[in-house]
Design a protein around this ligand. Structure first.
Ligand SMILES: [Zn+2]
Length: 255
């Protein structure tokens, strides 16, 4: 193993992400970035020797290869992680200068893998369309889906990107998610500020289930989590959730 790959591997072991999926994604992005640096002639480099000239060389090579602004933007979280953990926070500002966000066609979610991951085996999925998954439903043929062949798991995508909606799941989990939606959706769908209300329901679930905000989403839940969430929401109303929020705010104000 090259010195750069080895020292990055050590750094990842020293600072693992709480979320395994994020960790695995970061590892693979960093590995590609290290490969690129070596191919650009930075041989004998270590993780801690990362400098401004490396940032600029990476950016130039991505642009020469025709990367879009959004694609370059997606490379940045791992580089930020890198400079923070080698204690070169002065490079953060340089990284922010690389991309003009308003040039991007749509801001992409940079926190998550853009590749579908299977909830059951945690392996990468394969992108396909509705004509394969729903052969008898020509009306669904244009749908994009990530599928895991060994688990028969699938998940849809955020239009107009191919970003997965959550973790691909098997039929049993999909049914549990659907059942949870039947309890979850009435709590926000007909409310005046419905998106705010939906966020509140997710906040309530995340708080009670011990999840990070980014984990509190039905498309990421397992069957067991769906059942737990449905139980938590069973006796709630939009009003009771608003009350819960107000009490929380009061508590924070007095503590
Ligand atoms: Zn699988």
């Amino acid at each position: 193993m090259k010195k750069l790959h080895w020292t990055l591997k050590k750094l990842l072991e020293e600072y693992p992400d709480d979320d395994y999926i994020v960790h695995k994604y970061r590892r693979s992005v960093l590995r590609q970035q290290a490969d690129r640096l070596l191919s650009l002639g930075f041989r004998g480099m270590l993780a801690k020797s990362f400098k401004l000239k490396h940032i600029n060389a990476l950016a130039t090579s991505w642009r020469e290869e025709g990367y879009s602004e959004a694609e370059i933007y997606n490379e940045l979280p791992s580089l930020r992680w890198w400079v923070i953990h080698i204690r070169k926070k002065n490079l953060l500002a340089e990284l922010s200068k690389l991309v003009e966000v308003d040039k991007m066609r749509y801001p992409e979610n940079t926190k998550y893998p853009q590749i579908g991951t299977c909830l059951h085996c945690r392996m990468d999925c394969r992108l396909t369309d509705g004509s394969e998954v729903y052969p008898h439903r020509p009306d669904l043929s244009d749908l994009l889906l990530w599928v895991c062949d060994p688990c028969f798991a699938k998940v849809g995508t955020h239009k107009p990107t191919t970003n997965p909606l959550g973790f691909a799941a098997n039929q049993e989990t999909a049914t549990a998610r659907k059942q949870l939606h039947s309890v979850f959706d009435p709590l926000w769908e007909n409310e005046e500020k419905k998106l705010m209300m939906r966020d509140l329901v997710y906040l309530y679930l995340g708080t009670h289930m011990g999840l990070y905000p980014h984990e509190s989403h039905i498309a990421k839940f397992s069957k067991k989590q769906c059942e737990e969430a449905a139980l938590l929401l069973k006796n709630e109303t939009p009003g009771s959730l608003m009350n819960w929020k107000k009490q929380g705010a009061k508590k924070q104000a007095t503590s």
